[in-house]
Design a protein around this ligand. Structure first.
Ligand SMILES: [Zn+2]
Length: 614
């Protein structure tokens, strides 16, 4: 939407980000034990200035709101720590201690946030931890606040929606390398912070880069209406699987008249399909659960808060906020389907979709994190997939082969660059980057093409209202100018790896098999997992490995008897096979060389794969 309809006279968000302010931390720079900076909100102080012409004023405003950090009272007894990470942590005071909701991404940022709470509100012990959903920015910092010992001893319960562990692991491990590389682009991790660089990600400023941790839940929330009283605090839950995350829940504090909506509502249009890549979400289910939320508590709630951004106070405003958020997802879903059934394809619907004026007049429906454009394509994808039905698109050349042909048709690289330069001069940056992308995929060292593509992507970034679009455009420009920055943030958190089930470990191995190299290999391995009293058979044939639980090792197979954590160590290279066999932590029955044959067909992953060049 165009800038002239932005509702700049509506400044209530600025009031809401200040409301209930108690204190700010003495430093907004958080470091790990080695002194490495893992979070730096001070770096965003430039956002206090007026929007420059290198940033969309709407995204700039969102950044200004997101740097209002500190400890805030939502209502007496409920507090929020904002500006300590991409996400927000909430603290509920009980009779003797506190319940913590969503301990951020890294243990360092979670510890710093909780320290500010304790400094201001006293050293109350943690009696429960709630994870609203299975994304890492809602559990990763848990060990900055509690220990495994706290949970094992029963001092602290850990509450999460059913299916949490499976979703948390599946989303972060199987496609982890590719998602991690793309997440580096999405959050602008390699960009300098500043008016020409990273100014935020819409949902929060960026992701912290400390140590992510995980303590598995001890209490599953399985049904809507399920109620718990923890340390005198009553909580009523609504499960919302398949919304913003595969495992997610909203919950209500009846004695505070306060509703926590996890990440099902936020002060942005959220993602139906996040640009880092994920399984596409269901906008229809998402909207339907929000209708249920309003039905459950809309008559009594006085405030709605979530795990990103700031709360909305007052029953009428809160319900209107929930309803507008709901309407946005429902509208995008229904209108995409309407146009799909009229024969339009995703790229067309994305251009045709107009936001209803009453929704566009709300800041929180603007696309700072998700966008109308990419959400519409995601909805199309969910129903109809990658193919638009046009046979001309059924068997297209892949990028390099197509690029060589396009560039030849335009009269060679220099002529194609001239076409792009004219497009830049005409203000058609979208066409310019498409033409230049072909030049770079045909001739990646063409200096003029690289320079012009970097400039064109940068201009697109400067004009983007969406934080993640800006970061993608500027990251592409940066790699063209300065070279590949790889994956700047941690992707394989050890706690997440440690939480893998045996079946997930064996699947992770299967994912790494170099198919063609293993075509002629046939191997049967058995694993006896002593601490789980369970055996598995793993068979490699036709370049693929299948596994299944079994009562006993397969006859004639090489059998490894070991604990689950040793199997994990083996797979991530932390356990040396020969040393473990010598030490007796792995007992091998059969031919040890079979393990070598498996290792020989495993391929490395590439966290620095090329994106803007072939
Ligand atoms: Zn989140």
């Amino acid at each position: 939407m165009s800038e002239d309809v932005l509702p700049f006279d509506d400044t209530r968000d600025f009031d809401d980000t200040e409301r209930g302010f108690i204190a700010r931390a003495t430093t907004r720079t958080i470091t790990d034990t080695e002194g490495r900076v893992v979070w730096d909100l001070d770096a965003y102080e430039f956002l206090d200035d007026a929007a420059p012409d290198t940033a969309h004023p709407s995204l700039w405003r969102q950044g200004q709101l997101l740097i209002r950090d500190g400890l805030f009272e939502v209502v007496p007894g409920i507090y929020q720590l904002r500006g300590f990470d991409l996400s927000v942590m909430s603290v509920i005071e009980g009779d003797t201690g506190v319940i913590v909701i969503d301990p951020l991404i890294s243990k360092e940022t979670a510890a710093a946030a909780f320290a500010l709470y304790q400094e201001q509100r006293g050293p109350r012990p943690v009696v429960a931890m709630i994870y609203t959903h299975s994304h890492i920015d809602h559990f990763g910092g848990v060990k900055g606040i509690i220990t495994e010992g706290d949970v094992d001893s029963g001092r602290v319960s850990v509450i999460a929606p059913e299916g949490f562990m499976e979703a948390a692991i599946a989303e972060n491990v199987f496609a982890g390398t590719a998602m991690g590389r793309r997440a580096g682009y999405m959050y602008g991790a390699a960009l300098a912070k500043g008016p020409r660089g990273q100014i935020g990600a819409g949902l929060g400023q960026t992701t912290s880069t400390g140590e992510p941790t995980l303590i598995p839940p001890t209490i599953d929330i399985t049904t809507t209406g399920q109620e718990l009283t923890i340390d005198g605090v009553r909580i009523v839950f609504q499960i919302t699987p398949g919304t913003e995350a595969p495992a997610e829940m909203n919950f209500y504090f009846p004695d505070h008249r306060a509703l926590c909506t996890a990440e099902n509502t936020s002060h942005t249009l959220h993602n139906i399909l996040t640009l880092r890549g994920a399984v596409v979400r269901d906008a229809r289910t998402w909207a339907a659960y929000l209708t249920e939320t309003i039905d459950l508590w809309g008559d009594e709630l006085e405030v709605v808060f979530a795990s990103h951004h700031w709360p909305t106070w007052g029953r009428e405003r809160a319900v209107e906020f929930l309803s507008m958020q709901r309407d946005m997802y429902a509208y995008l879903h229904d209108q995409t389907l309407r146009m799909m059934n009229q024969g339009y394809v995703g790229a067309e619907i994305a251009e045709m979709m107009e936001t209803p004026p009453a929704l566009a007049a709300q800041w929180h429906t603007h696309g700072y994190y998700g966008s109308v454009s990419h959400n519409v394509k995601a909805i199309y994808q969910r129903y109809l997939g990658w193919f638009d039905g046009n046979p001309a698109h059924l068997w297209q050349h892949p990028p390099v082969a197509a690029a060589e042909r396009y560039v030849a048709a335009m009269g060679g690289s220099d002529a194609a660059v001239a076409v792009a330069r004219r497009a830049v001069d005409d203000g058609d940056l979208r066409w310019a980057v498409e033409v230049l992308n072909h030049v770079l995929f045909a001739d990646e060292h063409h200096a003029d093409a690289r320079a012009l593509q970097a400039d064109a992507l940068e201009q697109l970034g400067f004009g983007a209202e969406n934080g993640t679009w800006r970061n993608f455009f500027l990251s592409g420009a940066t790699e063209l100018r300065e070279g590949n920055f790889g994956t700047p943030t941690t992707t394989t958190a050890s706690d997440l790896i440690t939480a893998l089930t045996v079946e997930q470990i064996l699947s992770s191995v299967a994912i790494r098999i170099d198919g063609p190299k293993a075509w002629d290999e046939h191997l049967v391995l058995s694993f006896v997992i002593t601490d789980e009293d369970q055996a598995y058979v793993f068979e490699l044939r036709n370049g693929t490995a299948n596994h299944r639980p079994t009562a006993a090792p397969a006859p004639d197979s090489t059998t490894l008897t070991l604990e689950r954590r040793v199997l994990i160590g083996l797979m991530v290279g932390r356990v040396d096979l020969a040393a473990a066999v010598a030490a007796g932590t792995i007992v091998v029955d059969g031919d040890l060389a079979d393990i070598g044959r498996l290792v020989a067909v495993l391929a490395p992953v590439d966290p620095g794969f090329a994106i803007v060049t072939p």
